[in-house]
Design a protein around this ligand. Structure first.
Ligand SMILES: Cc1cc2nc3c(=O)[nH]c(=O)nc-3n(C[C@H](O)[C@H](O)[C@H](O)COP(=O)(O)O)c2cc1C
Length: 132
């Protein structure tokens, strides 16, 4: 049995990063995550990212280190960081990706406890149009 870990954060895109670059991030993430057996979602509202990732603890924590250093975003705010028993929330998505125009959607996440974040992820998926 793998030791599973789940992690979620909010960040802001750096203003000089274009939307084409965001799509590149998604493409690279899908490929890397498939290889690392990481699953999760990324929601972008035009200026903020919400990302949830899950997988083996060492691979998730390695990715978090890279994410924290990635200069394409800043104001990195951790929302959830914990080992968990599973099952995974996203078994089939190496990185589901969605763009939303609803700026209130992600704001709601800034006020939640880690436990609430986990509970709200399914609602988030329902309210955005995710590409698997
Ligand atoms: C908002 C955001 C989300 C990202 N999500 C992922 C991800 O899920 N998986 C991933 O491998 N890289 C992701 N990245 C990119 C990593 O920060 C890093 O550039 C990449 O993992 C480096 O891959 P490489 O070592 O194969 O070059 C993301 C970057 C940003 C800005």
């Amino acid at each position: 049995m793998e030791n599973l870990y789940q992690y979620a954060y909010l960040s802001c895109i750096r203003p000089e990063v274009s939307l084409t670059r965001v799509y590149e991030i998604v493409q690279v993430s899908r490929k890397n995550n498939r290889n690392a057996n990481i699953t999760g979602i990324l929601v972008f509202d035009g200026w903020r990212f919400f990302q949830y990732i899950e997988g083996a603890d060492d691979t998730v924590l390695d990715l978090v280190r890279k994410l924290r250093q990635d200069e394409r975003h800043h104001q990195f705010t951790e929302l959830l960081s914990t080992p968990f028993a599973g099952p995974r929330l996203f078994r089939n998505w190496s990185m589901g990706y969605s763009v939303t125009a609803d700026e209130t959607l992600l704001t709601a996440f800034t006020r939640l406890t880690p436990g609430e974040v986990v509970l709200r992820i399914p609602d988030l998926v329902d309210s955005v149009d995710l590409e698997p």
